[in-house]
Design a protein around this ligand. Structure first.
Ligand SMILES: [Zn+2]
Length: 271
């Protein structure tokens, strides 16, 4: 899943014009609090994908005292997409301030809005949540952010760094999505799990390895891996490399170990 599907910078927003540079320290997750899931409600001009705002109330205008780095919502065909709307290294005007300060400035957080619908569609909520996870993973990787610094507007306000709002906890938990779950999902993507703790590993030799390498040879022939291994019974460096390619492709940690789970997955893929 793409973390960012499009980019329309809101250059006419006063926030963009101020262009306060920042080094991101975390992420604030918002939801809009209004029943309008369409990106075009907030973003303009139309790039042919999001559709045109017919009411002139988008945020790409002077005089709006609010702006965020990205939005997640529907394009004109109802497909849920993530659009970047500010450079990620300038301060946004997303969360207001609290007793200790504001995550708009120091420490400055990247902030995005999830466009609410009428809060009754589970499938829409799920699609938005998954895009939010993907965006957080991307941003955490790119800016080396700590997952514990991903907060909702509500949590930011409880920490004293935002105005008093309840988003997006007014919405996500209706379908079982919480901020703790979001942080857990992001953490898991950033630190892939180990598929097999036990299995063939570097230095192993024998009939079992020979049989497993036949699968790797087949995987190479089918283009599933780029590393070509020798047709023998030794689990050497190239076998490790091919196994890690597979593990990475399946979304697991590159442990170099080929156990029962990997072999089953590979077998299913080759069938
Ligand atoms: Zn908010």
């Amino acid at each position: 899943m793409a973390a960012i599907d499009g980019k329309i910078l809101l250059k006419n927003n006063d926030c963009y014009k101020e262009y306060d540079k920042m080094t991101p320290k975390g992420i604030v997750v918002h939801s809009t609090g209004a029943n309008n899931p369409n990106l075009r409600r907030y973003i303009a001009p139309d790039d042919g994908i999001i559709g045109k705002n017919e009411y002139g109330n988008d945020w790409n205008r002077p005089g709006e005292d609010v702006c965020v780095h990205a939005f997640i919502g529907k394009d004109k065909n109802g497909i849920v997409r993530t659009y970047q709307t500010l450079p990620f290294d300038i301060c946004c005007w997303g969360c207001g301030g609290g007793s200790k300060g504001s995550y708009n400035y120091d420490p400055a957080y990247i902030q995005f809005e999830m466009c609410e619908d009428d809060l009754t569609s589970e499938s829409y909520c799920k699609a938005v949540y998954e895009k939010a996870v993907a965006l957080c993973v991307y941003l955490c990787k790119k800016y080396k952010l700590s997952v514990s610094n991903i907060v909702s507007h509500k949590e930011a306000s409880e920490r004293g760094y935002a105005s008093s709002h309840g988003d997006p906890e007014n919405w996500l938990p209706r379908f079982g999505y919480t901020m703790d779950r979001l942080r857990k999902d992001v953490r898991e993507r950033l630190e892939p799990r180990t598929l097999d703790k036990k299995g063939f590993k570097k230095g192993d030799k024998g009939l079992g390895v020979l049989a497993f390498k036949q699968l790797l040879i087949l995987a190479y022939a089918k283009g599933f891996v780029k590393t070509r291994v020798k047709n023998d019974d030794l689990y050497e460096e190239k076998t490790v490399k091919a196994v890690n390619e597979l593990l990475k492709g399946f979304g697991y940690r590159e442990s170099g170990t080929a156990g029962e789970r990997l072999i089953k997955k590979l077998y299913r893929k080759l069938r």
